[in-house]
Design a protein around this ligand. Structure first.
Ligand code: F6R
Length: 249
């Protein structure tokens, strides 16, 4: 079932409220965080609401999904930079507890192993926020990624490089590899919100709806996760049958 809201603002308001409830209930919660255009209004709304309510986020731990290989945290197109700009710098996050995969690790394989292990050691993710790529990727788990994968290095598909090219001056600058947490890491989260907004997500929402649980459609693994909400706006839901949608006014 897809929860369908009017627009990205209504989606953001809903997600922000759920986040605030969780944090009030569990100040030490472990959040799984995503980057990307979908998340921008969500974080903006959350920052606004959190400030208004003087919410203390200093006890939270967070793990980001992914990072481009070759970009340092200071690079304006890195996901680390994105998180600082859109979320971490605006509230009293304890930066030493906001984990983002390192885009320039000395030993990338060791870094991957340690990243998944650290999530487990912290007690597992309470709420995982996800966007979705036009090919169905979640995190940077591209079609064909094994469902039992842990944090790993990924060669980005041409489609993903083209989709993300809009943030770079030229296609040559778009990294070709990334570190991403795996599909099993995502499935281990207690609760998952998959968020999709806008016309450009309508086709992938239909593909996801129609897909069997199949590694060719990475997000389809979430159909096996019993605590996942698919949260979309009307534009992203445009191709879905009404019977699959619960409209929220
Ligand atoms: C980002 C991430 C990606 C994006 C997806 C959608 O951390 O893991 O899976 O969520 O590519 O990106 P946007 O929201 O820019 O359409």
């Amino acid at each position: 079932m897809f929860l369908v809201f009017n627009d990205p603002q209504a989606v953001s308001q809903y997600v922000s409220q759920r986040l605030i409830e969780l944090i009030k209930d569990r100040p030490h919660a472990i959040l799984g965080l995503a980057t990307g255009s979908t998340m921008e209004p969500v974080y903006q709304r959350f920052c606004c609401d959190a400030k208004e309510q003087a919410l203390d986020v200093s006890k939270l731990i967070s793990f980001n999904l992914d990072e481009y290989i070759g970009l340092s945290a200071e690079h304006p197109q890195s996901y680390h930079y994105f998180m600082n700009e859109h979320l971490f710098n605006h509230l009293n996050f304890a930066k030493q507890k906001t984990f983002v995969p390192d885009g320039k690790p000395e030993d990338v394989e060791a870094h991957c192993r340690q990243y998944s292990q650290k999530i487990v050691d912290c007690g597992g993710i309470d709420l995982q926020l996800l966007g979705i790529g036009s090919n169905g990727h979640i995190g940077f788990n591209e079609p064909g990624t094994p469902f039992d994968s842990r944090t790993h290095v990924v060669e980005l598909s041409e489609q993903t490089r083209i989709d993300n090219g809009r943030f770079f001056d030229s296609m040559d600058e778009v990294p070709s590899r990334a570190v991403t947490i795996g599909l099993q890491d995502i499935m281990d989260a207690h609760k998952v919100f998959l968020i999709a907004t806008g016309d450009n997500k309508a086709q992938v929402m239909l593909d996801l709806y129609e897909s069997e649980v199949d590694e060719r459609m990475p997000a389809s693994v979430l159909k096996k996760h019993h605590n996942t909400l698919f949260i979309v706006d009307k534009k992203a839901a445009a191709l879905l049958p009404a019977a699959a949608c619960q409209y929220i006014d």
